[in-house]
Write a protein that binds this ligand. Sequence first.
Ligand code: GCU
Length: 474
Amino acid sequence: MLPVQHPLLLSLKNHSRASTLLDRNREQKRIKKIGCLTNQQTFLQWIINQKIVYRWVFFMMTISSPALGQNYDEQRVPAYELPNPLHGENEKPIESAEAWVHRREQIIDSFEREMYGKSPTQKLEPQYEVTEDWTPALDGKAERKQVTIILSRQGSTSKIRVLLYRPIDHDQTVPVFVGLNFIGNASIHPEPRIRIHENWTIGSEDDGVIDHRATAASRGKKKSRWPLAQIINRGYAVATAHCGDIDPDFDDGFKNGIHPLFVDEFPPAKTSDAWGTIGAWSWGLSRILDYLEQEPKIDHTRAAVIGHSRLGKTALWAGAQDQRFAVVISNNSGCGGAALSRRKFGETVHRINTSFPHWFCANFKNYNQREEKLPVDQHMLIALIAPRPVYVASATEDLWADPKGEFLSLIYADPVYKLLGTHGLPINQMPAPDQPVHGTMGYHLRSGPHDITLYDWMQYLNFTDRHFNPDEPR
Ligand code: GCU
């Protein structure tokens, strides 16, 4: 076990109140939208129409009430011991890069078996259907391409629709950010030629999503999360797809999305260590990278996998498994992502398994309120990425995601980064808000709420520049 360093780090206690108020404000806004009972409706119809039950469940899921057992007080974080990535049980300590290779496999196995579930071993022969070839876009600054990855097996077909942008004036291949989006490709920019997908999606009417289908009103609704102009201006491409193309984000016993293609390997509900939705999304990111390997205008050797929140958890698991991702970026990924589970701060294992029973494999539920029994913790997920550059970002008001727990994962993965000959993380204290720190590992704590903003992207661009273009003056 790894001795846990003592409260060396900046206390985030003072933000707890702000976050609680924020949750309350959000809830009040939701309640306002519920609307009034009209006399043409029965009370029951009204309840159904207004989705009160759904809203109430959602409220209960996210509210930061101590009555639900959520802790936001640093003083109430239990004493805990972390498993040591460099010392397996009953084994010799790992002291060389060669010995790490075997230990790494053990850690991957534990994450697969106990948490994210195993991904399929079968290789598919994808077809790539180009629905729009490189076309001038973004006022002539970029070119855009849309391609569908068609995956078939066992009589089922799944389609991942990839949207690509790259700078128009680059003769050479360019590095690329690869990440999934929440409600569809059309949400990342209002350009009218971006196809609107037909799959089930999360998202509200405010996002232009009606009955779980994205409408024309969804165009550009999430553009603040994808600052394409700035990314293109810095010489990078973007490749994105809707996470729902790979697996719709609801619990259906793993029957829809990509799952039917592998029903022989993972019969629904029979395998306690079969991939959950986060496993499926991560696998999908690797399929996008397969496509990029044969796309002549993109440099797939300089691919940074990126994700926000649940898709940040996904980016980390994708980057941990698939070493072709040269850089891995997690934005506000929290529980099941970068945050240490044993701290039980903000969202806990029990809470995430209850609210989102489909994200992880069935075995993960064995650790509800028993985090200390997990053979791994999230610093080991970061360690699996070593020696490749990894970036973790938090936000001051996002206590649900436990910023301190996210930072500590980097601290406790650092010995693996150092063993593999990198400089790891250049600090051992949590930096003040808005003071990014960039080494082989990067970290910042942005002021503000749970989100991915232009500020976050600017730090990621600086970080990837440092690793992808080390010779350029800075
Ligand atoms: C919920 C969930 C988090 C997740 C977030 C998101 O808040 O509890 O684990 O990261 O949704 O994906 O937006």
